[in-house]
Design a protein around this ligand. Structure first.
Ligand code: FAD
Ligand code: THG
Length: 818
């Protein structure tokens, strides 16, 4: 291979030569960043982290499109890597078994994700499962999901192959170097200290696996992951497998999952390897894990390999023998408790720290996703952005309250327990709750709120107090009936007909102040914000390639003071990273609160509470005003994510309860109700308002997403503008679909079939109670005309839907602008 030309002065130090560090060194050097040093405390090529003993199962399909894309790249890359004539990937395929009706239904859902994200897969009969894995007891099985392109990564080999390639391009790999400190100067990383000297660096990447929190502490950066031990064992040789496999390739049968009992299996020539998540969570403190003892460099002495605990294993061994009766005649030959990382939401932790420039994390990554992650991080470092949507992996996605060691412990342990569970998209974790509550929490409880959790917040989804408004109870399939109530329909109806209070406190609020505030926000976003104080503007944050990083509302409250309605905590980090010194940024969410008062009677409710004129003429749409409602100072903004007349009313947290009570009391004569997120989501989809992170992400441009109206090319430069100018006409489009059958429902992430073949996927969906149909938004080819019939695959069933003109509800805006 010809060495890549250096393209930069970047001097990179990667901490950790596991699969992630090696893969990243390869991807960086391939992009011309050749001054790369990889340090590891252990001996190469198997320095003793999780990679050194990972059995390497690669199941590509995940509910996350991003993780699936990472896995697909890993398969593609490892398939093309060879060491001594042996490929780093063995494409034996994958097979997931269902032994319960619930799992069998879930495999149908999984087949949908596979189709949505482009992984080949097929639901198969018990007989076919038996053909693929003759040792399984067919009578236990209801069906399987067979994915022919899944298989086994040879993790140590793949690490070595990528290391060799990186070295040929100039990278250095130094083993037996223990990192003990991170040097920094003026908020920027400058070097890495080891027991054998200091290495100057412009960029440092922690790819230290489950030791991430230890390296993080050296840098003053939280790394929210919990190391947990997970059991893996190998049986003695089985006569049934004698001669079945070439010892070099080790396996020929698909990697196998028996998720109903938290188990997975693979072949090791004539033995079977079994992994179990069935045991109690076994957390490990990364600060106490011993360094690699080089004198005893055998597998079980690796620091990430702890002694096998027989009692934890016993039930899994029983379950394994039930599934594979041949195992009853044999025993376990060797086993260990291997340590790897779990995060609060099960996703990797990637990106550059906002607190310490040049300090990057590439942590909590499975072998499965390693090459894809490395490619994305390399793109991010070299080009400033990745080509894959990374918002689910961004280290800044966590709220402050989600980074405490206690939170990371509770959630990480729960992730371990749930790793193979059938999880509903709305299902919240149970611990630690409640964590964040709005000032109205007690009132919500009194009204019988049903709470789900998001971003640490308790968020009412509907209120039992509205039971008397329920007129009918539509039939729903058991899956879509979970975390759903007919109360949502009643609340949506009351919002369209009268008026409702919505708790908008979890909506992220940033305050941007200072003499440079306007110029800064103009440079960062797409719309024109140079308007008189009192204006509110809907605008977009783009990255350099024109992808949508977020959508915002920006209220100019004073010449030098703006309030920004944002999405993820990553928005603040992104703005802070770009802010000049004459701009001050602050997240004011926690100290403030917000109530949305929406519905045709909203003005009748609010007007009597204030001396200011709330008429349409005096207080127009997308305007903001500071006023008093009764005793409460509020900032009122006239906009509505549910598409009805009304205001978002903001005040400080101390006055929140008083604001709620004031509105509640004034609303009694108008039949006011409290309404929850379930109705909210239905109403916003009827109105066609996008939800960032679901409907569009960094992978999409404003024009594809139907948000071109928020881009003003006729004013000066802004971040992402040059890229927008170069864009070819869109070939895909965020498309509104209406389900044909008024009783049908889909939930999101399902594949959409055009002429019978997968052509896109649903982003978000909800029943439109006003329309009497389920609304689904989907990414589809741009050429589909209104009225085109398509199918959405829901649990294997082909549900007919039709491409619709949007917005589906009130296109003339008569309800909102009056
Ligand atoms: P590691 O491989 O742990 O590498 C981190 C490196 O950092 C280590 O080599 C360590 O020595 C070094 N380091 C740490 N601190 C320092 C320091 N202070 N100074 C210098 N160096 C330091 N994943 C799958 O996709 N499929 C599977 O089937 C699978 N099965 C698994 C089974 C078991 C039993 C276990 C334990 C894990 C399994 N995993 C699997 C998970 C997978 O192994 C890990 O997620 C992955 O290997 C992590 O790679 P990494 O490069 O991030 O970390
Ligand atoms: N309220 C406030 N800020 C927010 C949201 C919000 N920021 C994040 C997120 N939600 C932004 N999403 C939207 C989406 C649509 C609209 C407002 C916020 C909206 N759009 C109108 C339309 O498309 O017709 C008006 C657009 C315009 O006039 O430019 O209202 O809920 N504070």
């Amino acid at each position: 291979m010809t060495p890549a030309q250096p393209t930069t002065d970047a001097r990179v130090v990667i901490i950790g030569a596991g699969i992630v560090g090696c893969s990243l060194a390869d991807e960086l050097t391939a992009r011309g960043w050749t001054d790369v040093t990889v340090l590891d405390q252990g001996p190469l090529p198997a320095p003793g982290g999780s990679t050194s003993h990972a059995p390497g199962l690669v199941f590509q399909t995940s509910p996350s499109k991003t993780l699936t894309a990472f896995a697909r790249y890993t398969v593609e890359k490892f398939s093309a890597l060879e060491v001594d004539g042996l490929s780093c990937f063995n494409p034996v395929g994958g097979l997931e078994l269902a032994t319960t009706p619930e799992r069998w239904a879930d495999l149908h859902r999984k087949a949908g994700w596979a189709a949505s994200w482009g992984v080949r897969g097929e639901l198969v009969s018990p007989q076919r499962c038996k053909e693929l894995w003759p040792l399984v007891d067919e009578s236990m099985i209801l069906g399987g999901f067979h994915t022919p392109d899944d298989g086994l990564a040879r993790a140590v080999l793949a690490a070595r192959a990528q290391m060799d390639r990186a070295q040929e391009r100039g990278a250095r790999f130094l083993d037996r170097h223990t990192v003990t400190g991170i040097e920094q100067d003026d908020g920027r990383v400058t070097g890495v200290v080891t027991d054998r000297g200091t290495f100057p660096a412009t960029h440092v990447v922690s790819a230290a696996g489950f030791w991430g929190p230890v390296i993080g502490r050296m840098a003053g950066v939280d790394v929210p992951l919990l190391p947990l031990a997970h059991q893996y064992a190998k049986t003695k040789p089985l006569p049934e497998l004698a001669g079945a496999n070439d010892p070099r390739t080790e396996a020929s049968k698909p990697i196998l999952r028996f998720q109903d009992r938290d188990l997975y299996f693979r072949e090791h020539t004539d033995r079977i390897g079994i992994g179990s998540y069935a045991h109690q969570p076994l957390p490990v403190d990364p600060f106490t894990v011993l360094a690699y003892d080089q004198a005893r460099a055998r597998n079980r002495d690796m620091p990430s390999s702890l002694p096998f605990t027989e009692t934890d294993w016993a039930p899994s061994w029983e379950d394994s023998r039930r599934l594979m009766p041949a195992l009853r005649d044999t025993d376990i030959d060797e086993g260990f408790n291997g340590v790897f990382s779990f995060t609060p939401d099960g996703m990797p932790v990637l990106g550059e720290s906002g607190a310490l420039s040049g300090f990057w994390l590439a942590e909590a990554v499975w072998v499965t996703h390693s090459a894809g992650v490395a490619k994305a991080v390399a793109e991010w470092m070299v080009d400033g952005h990745a080509r894959t949507d990374l918002h689910e992996c961004d280290l800044h996605r966590f709220e402050d309250a989600q980074r405490s060691p206690a939170y990371v412990h509770d959630r990480g342990a729960q992730q371990f327990i749930e790793v193979y569970d059938v999880i509903h998209p709305l299902q919240p974790m149970q611990q630690p709750r409640p964590l964040r509550v709005s000032p109205f929490h007690t009132r919500q409880q009194e009204l019988g709120a049903y709470f789900l959790e998001g971003g640490g917040w308790e968020r009412p989804h509907w209120y039992e107090a509205n039971a008397h408004l329920v007129t009918d109870t539509p039939r729903r399939d058991p899956w879509s009936a979970r975390y759903w109530s007919p109360l949502a329909a009643a609340e949506a109806k009351a919002t369209r007909e009268r008026v409702a209070l919505y708790d908008m406190t979890p909506l992220r609020r940033l305050e941007v102040t200072g003499p440079g505030a306007l110029a800064f926000l103009q440079r960062m976003t797409t719309n024109n914000l140079a308007k008189k104080p009192g204006a509110v503007t809907y605008t977009l944050l783009l990255d350099e390639k024109g992808g949508i990083r977020s959508d915002l509302t920006v209220a100019r409250l004073a010449p030098d003071r703006f309030q920004v309605g944002a999405n993820s905590p990553a928005d603040l980090a992104w703005l802070q990273r770009h802010a000049p010194c004459d701009v001050h940024l602050r997240d004011i969410t926690a100290g403030t609160c917000c109530i949305g008062v929406w519905g045709p009677l909203a003005r009748d409710l609010v007007q009597p509470l204030t001396r200011d004129d709330f008429s349409h003429e005096a207080f127009g749409y997308f305007r903001a005003k500071d006023t008093y409602l009764g005793h409460v100072p509020v900032t009122a903004m006239r906009l509505s994510y549910v598409g009805e007349l009304g205001w978002e009313l903001y005040t400080t947290a101390d006055l929140g309860l008083r604001l709620w009570d004031t509105l509640w009391e004034a609303g009694q004569q108008h039949g006011v109700i409290a309404a929850g997120r379930s109705a909210f989501n239905s109403l916003r989809l009827e109105k066609g308002y996008r939800s960032w992170g679901h409907d569009m992400t960094e992978e999409h441009t404003p024009y594809e997403a139907g948000l071109g109206f928020a881009v003003r090319m006729d004013r000066g430069d802004f971040l992402g503008r040059p890229a927008l100018e170069q864009l070819p006409p869109p070939t895909r489009k965020l498309t509104a679909l209406l389900l044909d059958d008024p009783a049908a429902v889909v939930l999101g992430k399902e594949p959409v079939l055009v002429d019978g073949a997968p052509a896109g996927y649903v982003t978000s969906a909800a029943y439109g109670y006003t329309l009497g149909r389920c609304v689904a938004y989907a990414w589809l080819p741009a050429h589909l005309a209104t009225g085109t019939g398509v199918h959405i695959e829901y649990f294997g069933e082909k549900v007919p839907a039709t491409v619709a003109d949007e917005p589906l509800f009130d296109p003339k805006m008569t309800r909102i602008r009056r």
